[in-house]
Write a protein that binds this ligand. Sequence first.
Ligand code: ADP
Length: 442
Amino acid sequence: MNIFLSILITFLITSGGCVILARSYFLQRKKTEDREVHQILEHIANKQNESQLILASLNLGIIAYSSDGVLLLNNDASTDMIEEIPHTFNDFLDKYDVDQKIRANFLLDKQQSEINYIYQDRSYRLSVQKRELVRDKRPGHILVIQDITRQVREEQQRKEFVANVSHELKTPLTTIKTYSESLLDWGIDEKSKESIKKDINKLYDGSLRMEDLIEDLLLLSRIDGNAIYTRIEQVELMPIVRSCVERLYPQADAKNIDFSSYSVSEKPLAYADHSALERIILNLVNNSIKYTSEFGEVKVYVGSLVDEVYIRVIDNGIGISGEAQENIFKRFYRVDATGSRAHGGTGLGLAIVKELVELHLGQIDIKSSVGKGTEFTVFLPSVKKTLRRALFELTENGVCSNTVTMAAEADLEKLAERLGIVAKWKSLQEREIDALLKAIDV
Ligand code: ADP
């Protein structure tokens, strides 16, 4: 009995132990499984967040409709790019596919379709693709919206530019054709010497106009294509201004214009290309003479202002209206096209001036009032400012970012050498940078 009891007790204890052990084993396993499931869910959630973030950060609008045609998702960008996003694909097409282009393409079994539209003054391209979004045989639709405002604007400008060039070239070409025809038709023998001379002069003027226009166009295209050759170095502004003024004396004299130049600061210096600077000054001063009547006044001032040096051309001529001032730097813009052509202008002068000034990291300002006169001021960074900028670029990136600061780099190297500093720009100590900045400001 006792033996039986002890066997029973031993059995009960052993099986109880086994049950406890098995329970704790299964509990442990469940915990591990739970943790794994939790990790998988977390991973999925993270992936979803990542996708949401990627979608949100795109410059593209993305909208997706399911195979049932119900809105699945759209990113933040899409809400700014379209008036409203309908709940179904059909409503979307009713609202935006006004010409039935998308529907027609899908009927023809095309997988993709595109339409352009304008919303809040910006141009967009909407492309619609049929796609299997899930493992479903029927496809849903993905809509991608792209802001194409810049491309549309550039295309428009390109078209206008080509039209303008053709028009401007046609005018002198017509002159050349007309006068050469007159010489051919009449024959040299039948014309008086005087009238032959007149015709040839007209031919010559026409060819000069074409030459000017082509030169200006070539210069602009070189600037546009970053292919303009410049030799930027430290230059003193006043001698260049003085030589330009001397060159234009005959034109000013012919109109009895009171014409002179003044330096209002001591030796203003800038990093500039000599011939580009000449071109800027000649253009501005020449315009002032052209658009100022007889016995008027044209003055040129050169000076410095804190971190800038400037050239200011002031006239008391016909002036430019506020509206025209906004367009004055655009290619081919003229307030009075006939008047400008009569003066031999191409309408490209101020556009070139602006590009050249910007190439020197400068800025051009205009103040004008109709009937009273005009004041153009070209600001260029002073030599000290350019040296400081070059030092900043070199210590930050190890290289200079543009031709002006590149020109200053050689001078900085000399300055560093004078101060006993090794010009390893990216590893300069703070006290070395301070010493260089102090030396620049002397
Ligand atoms: P253009 O070759 O016709 O002179 P610009 O680009 O140099 O071309 O100038 C554009 C237009 O700006 C000119 O046609 C003229 O109407 C106006 N303009 C430029 N400078 C002056 C000025 N100093 N006074 C009045 N109008 C000016």
